[in-house]
Design a protein around this ligand. Structure first.
Ligand code: MD3
Ligand code: FE
Length: 213
């Protein structure tokens, strides 16, 4: 029988070699994760970065951990301090690290030690154009991504910008682990549709855990 009130357990959905979606894996922790995101943002507010080409990004970002990713006129890079404030990034909350390590392990990556957590905040209309993540030193390390709040259409393609893309809906609590050959796939987020999520209101958040050095 269809039970509209059951909380379904998380399940794994393989996407491509080295990439797996752990559907709803972070749902039970979502409220605590969001509280930690807000604590990080208290000390290091979300900020629309300027790309090296001079464009203001529609996604607002902050970071926690030893290293943080940002872009400015000099380019994209991981740094120990926020170039906007000159201050170190807030520490990575223990529950972030534990969740990222557990999910990496579930996907077959046993020694994942994230030192950077990039937090993206999307408002309606915000998007992330197709790109590769290759600023990290050791590309054998996976990236773990956690989605919270409003849903997003995620695009993932091949190893060249012009390759065909697949579209996948990422919803509240979904975790994706990207490693192996999928680590260098082009990917992006289509413009977010307006909506109200009971936990995050008008926003989508995405946390990406990385081993940057
Ligand atoms: C595939 N973030 O921050 S998460 C990013 O939803 C980023 O905010 C998106 O792409 C977001 O760089 C997508 C899924 C994701 C993250 C990293 C990947 C997919 C990936 C690295 C390699 C391949
Ligand atoms: Fe990315």
């Amino acid at each position: 029988m269809l039970d509209l009130f059951s909380e379904e357990a998380p399940w794994a959905e393989p996407l491509a070699e080295g990439a797996v979606i752990l559907r709803r894996r972070a749902r039970e922790q979502a409220a605590s994760l969001l509280a930690q995101v807000e604590a990080v943002a208290q000390s290091n507010p979300f900020h629309h970065r300027i790309t090296p080409g001079g464009h203001r990004m529609s996604v607002a970002m902050t970071n926690c951990g030893d290293l943080g990713w940002s872009s400015d006129a000099r380019g994209y890079q991981y740094t120990g301090e926020d170039s906007a404030t000159g201050r170190r990034w807030p520490p990575m909350p223990q529950m972030f690290r534990l969740l990222a390590q557990a999910c990496a392990q579930e996907a077959g990556f046993n020694y994942f030690q994230p030192d950077a957590c990039l937090i993206n905040r999307y408002e309606p209309g915000a998007k992330l154009s197709l790109h590769q993540d290759k600023d990290e030193k050791d590309l054998r390390q996976p990236i773990v991504s956690v989605s919270l709040g409003l849903p997003a259409v995620f695009q993932f393609g091949g190893f060249e910008r012009g390759d065909a893309v697949q579209r996948v809906l990422l919803e509240h609590g979904d975790v994706v682990v990207w490693g192996g050959p999928s680590r260098l796939r082009f990917h992006g987020i289509l413009p977010i549709k307006a909506g109200i999520h009971p936990l995050t209101g008008a926003f989508r958040y995405n946390l990406t855990f990385r081993r940057a050095r």
